[in-house]
Every structure is written in C-alpha cells, then in structure tokens.
Design a protein around this ligand. Sequence first.
Ligand code: PLP
Length: 389
Amino acid sequence: MSIAKEHIYLDNAATTKIHPKVFEKMLPYLNEFFGNPSSIHSFGRKTRVALEESREVVADFVNAEPSEIYFCGTGTESINFILHGISFASQAETSKRTLFSSSIEHHAVLESFKSICENGYTTQSVSVNDSYQIDFEELKQFVDSDVLLGSIMNVNNETGSIQPINKIAELLKESEIFFHTDAVQSFGKIEIDVKKIGVTALSASSHKIYGPKGVGCAYVKSGTPLSPLIHGGSQERNRRGGTENIAGIVGFAEAVKIAKSEMKQNEEFVLKLKRNFIDGLNAIAGKNILINSKENTSPYILSVTFDPDFYKNDAESMLMFLDINGIAASNGAACNSGTIKASHVILAGGKSESYANGTLRFSFAPYNTEEEITITLDVLQKMVDKFRK
Ligand code: PLP
C-alpha cells in the first residue's frame, strides 16, 4: 500500500485509507450481489450468507459468539446503542440508577451518558493522572449497589493511553455491574478476547482499521438486557432496524481478517516509527517538545505538546503549517478539528489550556514509512524555528 509522496498522512486515528483487498472484496456487493438479506429468494440468500459469514469473522476475532455481534453504522452508534440499550432495558428490572465513565472518554460516551441522564440516571466520572491513566483507587470507591453500568475506554484516541480494562472488568464482575469498553482505537490492533477480559459489551469501528466508513459493531454478552436504539424491522435480531449495509459489512470483515493476520508485524513496525519520531523530536528541541504518550500507550498514537513557555501555542496554525508542507496530523480528536476548544482529555490530565492548545497528535499506520517520518521531522524543525517565541 502506498500514498502519494507529497502527502504524508499521519492522522490514522481519525480515519484510515481503505485497504485494496477490502475494496476488492466489497465491489461485487455494490453491484452484482445487491439483494436484501431479509428477502427469501436467491438474491437475498446470497447477501444473507455474506452477512452471517462476516458476523462469524468478527465474533471469532474477539472470541464471542456470532449471536453476540450486532452490526451498525459507526463506532458512535455502537456506543450509543450499548449504553442506551443496557440502561433502558434494565429500567424495569432494577432500581440501580448510577453510571460511570472516565474524564477522557470519547464524546460518543460522554454525550450518551448525558442523554441517558435525562431519563433518571446520574453519572460519575473517574479522573486520570498526568499520564492519562484512570485512577483505579477512585474507581473502586464508585463501586456500590446503585451502579448499573460503567464505560471505560480501552485506548484513548488523543494520547493513546491504555486503560486497565481486565482489572476493571474483574472488579465490576464481583459487584454485578455491566461493563462496556470503547475499543474503537484498539480493535484490530491488539488482541481482544471478550471472554478472558470479562467485559459485558464492546464497541468497534471499521474505518479505523482500513475498512470502509459507515460500519461499526457492538459485542454484547448474551443474556444482557438490551433494547434497540433504532426502531424498525427485525434486523440484527430485533436490536437494530434497517436494511444492512452489506458491502460495508463484508469490507469490515475483510479488514478484520487482514488485521488478525498482520497484527504482530504491524505493531512492531509502527512502534519503530513512533520511537524514531520521538528520538527525532528530542533531537530537534530537547525538553521543549513534551511527549504526552509515554509508558503504557498505543504504538499507533503519539501526542506531543509544544511547550507554551517556548512556542506560540496555536495548534491550528501549526497544523496549517504542516498541511502546507504536505503533512496531515491532528490537534487531538478528529471531531474537535476545526474548533478552537481545548481538548477535554489534555485538560483532564491536569494540563493548562495553553498546553492543550499546543498539542498535536500524530497517528501511524503500517503503510507509513521511515522516509515519511524523516521528512516530517524536517518540516517540524522548520516549524519550531518559525513558532519559537
Ligand atoms: N471512540 C473512539 C475512542 C474514537 O476514537 C472514535 C472516533 O474517532 C469513536 C469512538 C467514534 O467512532 P466513529 O468515527 O466510527 O463513529
């Protein structure tokens, strides 16, 4: 896989380029095999088989049963579906009305909880330390008989910090609290075994792993109370109405197969890129470029801050400078791009607004090259010269 030399794409946590094999696999389902999988004739049977085979691929990847996988539109929809679905389906069965998440969750989780709170629930937020790791001792204090559901992400999308989801799942299991993890940034990149971890539910998204946009999936452990978010037909075992996006789902399953077979080598390669990038940054400006993604972080994500004491802190202008020089990066979460609001994640790590405003995110893919990192470091050298106070 290659990208045009003049454009270096280091924003793979926002979205990824579709893998050529995924694209190829999808094409027949965009023209030749167009049947509705709910139809009983041969056209429908063809796409029904593709749908169920795709479900098996995704289920096998996380060691779930196919009946525990629900396809949906995006990672965001999966998160909304799981959090609303469990909360609302439990309302009649239990008096538990407290939910918790962390201060660094994606907006899909934070906004879902806000919406659920309009229906008689309250939420608590676990804080993080300056390495963006959740405070496990604080989380322990939240655990009581009124807590229904907790949602803690696996890998943070801005800093790459990895959260101890095994440990959290173990703790919550003892107290019979449902546990969802937003695995959008880890799915396809690290091994996930839902049975071993012991999570109740997990969200993933296709376009983060070289699959098409517009497809996500939810794993929900069998027996978990779960109401639909999208009401309509009986698709996805009555949990998600609407004709399935077959080409997208087939593409997602192909992306999962590729991710599974290349996971180890991809991880080793991007880790090398990330380390070289950090070494290069340190050589440029020593302590004046601060690394937010240190221990226990994903090799795919590197968050750095241009120290406000030394640089004019304006991530938008920095990103523009990089863009003019052919480099695509991000100032935190993709959905925050284009706004000047400081990242809630960087602030949650105890940093100031000017620190947050000087923060850039570089995120890697296996099709990035060493040469691209070298070119990017050259451009960054020019950038720091220009932005130094
Ligand atoms: N959760 C995390 C951690 C993410 O990084 C993202 C996307 O950036 C999402 C959820 C939302 O996924 P999607 O873009 O598929 O809606």
